[in-house]
Design a protein around this ligand. Structure first.
Ligand code: NAD
Ligand code: UD1
Length: 334
């Protein structure tokens, strides 16, 4: 298949491109390099042997985006491009709605105009909000989101579901990711955000490399075994493989589906820290801080549907995630 990957030079997109290429698909990337770099293309090539065709295009730039659709006859789209910082989305909500909603609408309208029938969308477990009991099941629907970023994911799921309902040829898979971490085992692809990371593992990684002096543990008084927050971490390579299965599923089915992509297991902040200490072979300092606003105590996936519809299961555990993250950090230490 010829697959358009928006946001394909980003963290999850780049790993997904490798999996698609290694399975014989042709990949075309659209990314404005807002949160990724052009060198990623060489690293995808170093791993997979193929350098994907690349367009430095902003999805908000409708005429340039349309040129991409005119020049290529796509079988499917995997749509990763978007902003993802929860805290920032609270400060600049309109920028988030513009990029994540208007940008996405450009993709969906061009998809309709150029008869591309299949799409996989990057949604998030954040759409469950704090309304439901774990494990989170797709049949719960959507909860109350607590920030504009989460609301953009919710709207995109709704827009795509309506689109599929109105067009019998359209197939949509909304993948709800839990917490993707880790890196490619080659050390060539991974995530190392600029500035102070918001998310747990990128933060721990910078403590491990000495760039930050201690982990701030946000709350130790949750109703969890050790009092710290519990999340469902998934290795980014496993997540990338889920996209391969999802896009193949999309092309052989019609209508819209929502599918969780997680491991189904929860790890506390202190358990993740311990696993990272084992990976880097040293003690990592931490201090307890107050709870972070908007956090829930426990979040993990019911993975039954991913297994039933996609035949998807994770193969990498928390040790692999921490080892591959640290390996990437060491190679990329600034
Ligand atoms: P990322 O920032 O590494 O990748 C996103 C890519 O999209 C970047 O390369 C960026 O340059 C590009 N981009 C952003 N706006 C664009 C625009 N207007 N035009 C063209 N390109 C644009 O993020 P990621 O972690 O790989 O996440 C990919 C997707 O998955 C995002 O939609 C994100 O919201 C979603 N998601 C991520 C997580 C996570 O924890 N990483 C969890 C749930 C959902
Ligand atoms: C966060 C977002 C979620 C988004 C996801 C993307 C919030 C409230 N939620 O999820 O919407 O989809 O990222 O990956 O921002 N923690 C610390 N210290 C830190 C960082 C985190 O103790 O420096 C704790 C958190 O309190 C939480 C756990 O680690 O218990 C995981 O946090 P994080 O990695 O930010 O992910 P989520 O909060 O699950």
């Amino acid at each position: 298949m010829k697959i358009l990957v928006t946001g394909g030079t980003g963290f999850i997109g780049s790993h997904t491109c490798v999996e698609l290429i290694e399975s014989g698909h042709e990949v075309v990337i659209v990314d404005n390099l807002y949160n990724s770099s052009i060198e990623v293309l060489d690293n995808i090539e170093a791993i997979s042997g193929v350098k994907p065709k690349f367009y430095k295009v902003d999805i908000l730039d409708r005429p340039s985006l349309e040129e991409v659709f005119k020049e290529n006859d796509f079988d499917a789209i995997i749509h990763f491009a978007g902003y993802k910082a929860v805290g920032e989305s609270v400060s600049i909500p309109l920028t988030y709605y513009q990029n994540n909603i208007s940008g996405s609408l450009n993709i969906y309208e061009l998809m309709q105009k150029y008869h591309v029938d299949n799409i996989v969308f990057s949604s998030s477990a954040t759409v469950y909000g704090d309304n439901f009991e774990v494990p989170f099941k797709e049949e719960y629907g959507q909860g109350d989101t607590t920030n504009p970023y989460g609301t953009t994911k919710k709207f995109n799921e709704i827009i795509l579901t309506d689109f599929a309902r109105a067009n019998k040829d359209i197939s949509v898979v909304n993948l709800r990711y839990f917490n993707p971490i880790g890196a490619h085992p080659s050390g060539l692809l991974g995530e190392d955000p600029e500035g102070t990371p918001n998310n747990l593992v990128p933060y721990i990684a910078k403590v491990a490399t000495g760039e930050l002096d201690h982990l701030r543990v946000f709350g130790d008084d949750y109703d969890t075994p050790d009092g710290t927050g519990v999340r469902d971490y998934i290795h980014v390579v496993d997540l990338a493989k889920a996209h391969l299965k999802a896009v193949e599923y999309a092309t052989s089915h019609k209508g819209a589906e929502v599918i969780n992509v997680g491991s189904g297991k929860g790890y506390s902040v202190l358990e993740v820290l311990k696993a990272y200490e084992a990976a880097c072979g040293k003690k990592l300092p931490y201090k307890i801080y107050p709870r972070r606003e908007g956090d829930i105590a426990v979040c993990y996936a019911d993975t039954t549907k991913a297994k039933e519809l996609l035949g998807f299961e994770v193969f990498r555990g928390i040790e692999d995630m921490c080892r591959d993250s640290y390996n990437y950090m060491i190679r990329h230490k600034k």
